[in-house]
Design a protein around this ligand. Structure first.
Ligand code: KE4
Length: 434
């Protein structure tokens, strides 16, 4: 029995499913999760000492690669001064000021400890602030988008497309999800109809402007433009959930690529550099409703934690280097183009597509990149799973699910990318062989 298998067996005795987050359990792809012991640059090593080229990067945060010396030193220095105070620090003000500068649609923000907490708080604030502060109840989200695991967001589409959501998780009473409407991603028509029916009670629309939780799916400009004008027209708060796309697709996030200003933005992952920092922010006339100024309550023991903020700030300083995102985008494009060529060469009969936006990418066993959740579902999941394991055997760690995006770091230089492509060519031969 391998160390990974031993650890997984042991972990399942003390932790449900043996993991602290479900996607890590490899349930979608099968097999034994790899227990990671250390990481450096583009690599990490499992409990059996096997090295992998890492394409999840902790699901986005590790944009510089693992163990960047400047980041590690910043964390060590901060830790030596104290781990947590439960009181304000200059460092968290500096982080807030930097984030407002880099994401200028926000005028104020609050730091929290996870994307879930940030999205949940943003929605509560939107509900309290909408309608000129009188408050509204309904929220609109889109199938395939994930905004963390707050109760009102664990919703699957209602029976009719414009009926309210049903809980997608046990433990969530229907009363909690009755005000959540789940629409089709990239369907502006449906959104227009939803406002036609419920305009006076829609508090907010929340969207991943570049979706990464149903695999990578780009929003069309028309979809986001329609969303912006409908929210403006009806006094609903437009929330861009950029937990994944923020500082990943561009320095200013997806909103800077589309040229659309949301009313609120949710951030996470990269802004913590691998440690627990997330944020929600927006226009001052929305944020003023937050306690202690206003009547919308939100709080957190470790919000703005000094060590985590030091990690995030060191990361954010480095991603601002001139040309950082051009270089990262070029590496990601090189990877996707290489995978497409490898598939064409080694397994021409297998439908395979790929897409990349900045430092995130998607691969699909389908004829073209999907534009909606329904299209994602048509991709060949079994073939992806075989490809995933063929790559894992060869020391390339892709996201362990056909419905997740992949992430490239600045530590993935051209040699690492080209090695990944060469290994993929061999993996494609294996899966083409049936
Ligand atoms: P966290 O609570 O996991 O920090 O953030 C939730 C969240 C919110 N919004 C978006 C757009 C997100 O992508 C996420 C979290 N993403 C997943 C990746 N599919 C985290 C991985 C996991 O759940 O373990």
């Amino acid at each position: 029995m391998s160390r990974n298998e031993q650890l997984f067996e042991r972990a399942q005795r003390s932790i449900p499913g043996g993991v602290n987050s479900p996607v890590r359990a490899f349930r979608s792809v099968g097999g034994t999760p790899r227990f990671i012991e250390r990481a450096e640059g583009p690599y990490f090593w499992d409990a059996d000492g096997k090295r992998y080229i890492d394409y999840i990067g902790s699901w986005g945060p590790m944009i510089l690669g693992h163990g960047h010396p400047d980041v590690v030193r910043a964390v060590q220095d901060a830790a030596a001064r104290g781990l947590s105070y439960g009181a304000p620090t200059e460092a968290e003000v500096e982080m807030a000021e930097l984030l407002l500068k880099l994401v200028p649609s926000m005028e104020q923000l609050r730091l929290v400890s996870s994307g879930t907490e940030a999205a949940m708080s943003a929605i509560r604030l939107a509900r309290g602030a909408a309608g000129g502060g009188k408050g509204r109840r309904k929220i609109v989200k889109f199938e395939g988008c994930y905004h963390g695991h707050a109760d009102s967001l664990l919703v699957k589409a209602g029976s009719g497309l414009l009926t309210f959501g049903n809980p997608s998780s046990a433990g969530v009473p229907a009363e909690i999800t009755q005000h959540t409407l789940v629409l089709d991603y990239n369907n502006a028509q449906q959104l227009e109809e939803a406002f036609g029916q419920h305009a006076d009670d829609i508090a907010c629309v929340i969207v991943e402007p570049v979706a990464g939780n149903m695999n990578l799916v780009r929003a069309t400009p028309e979809f986001l433009q329609a969303m912006r004008s409908l929210c403006t027209r009806h006094g609903a708060v437009l929330i861009f959930d950029e937990v994944m796309s923020g500082f990943r697709v561009a320095l200013g996030g997806a909103q800077s690529l589309y040229g659309i200003d949301p009313d609120m933005t949710v951030l996470g992952k990269v802004i913590g550099g691998g440690m627990p920092v997330a944020a929600f922010g927006g226009k001052r006339d929305v944020m003023k409703h937050l306690a202690p100024l206003g009547s919308v309550y939100q709080a957190g023991t470790l919000s703005g934690n000094p060590v985590a903020v030091a990690c995030g700030m060191a990361t954010l300083r480095l991603v601002q280097q001139p040309g950082f995102y051009d270089r990262l985008g070029a590496r990601t494009d090189r990877l996707v183009r290489g995978l497409l060529a490898a598939a064409q060469e080694a397994a021409p009969a297998i439908p395979f597509a790929g897409d990349a936006v900045g430092g995130m990418f998607g691969v699909y066993f389908a004829s073209r990149p999907p534009g909606s959740y329904a299209e994602v579902m048509k991709a060949d999941k079994d073939r992806f799973n075989r490809f995933f394991h063929a790559m894992l055997d060869r020391g390339v760690y892709l996201a362990p699910s056909a419905f997740e995006a992949g992430f490239v770091s600045m530590a993935h230089d051209e040699a690492v990318i080209d090695e990944s492509v060469a290994l993929a060519r061999d993996a494609f031969r294996t899966i083409a062989g049936g």
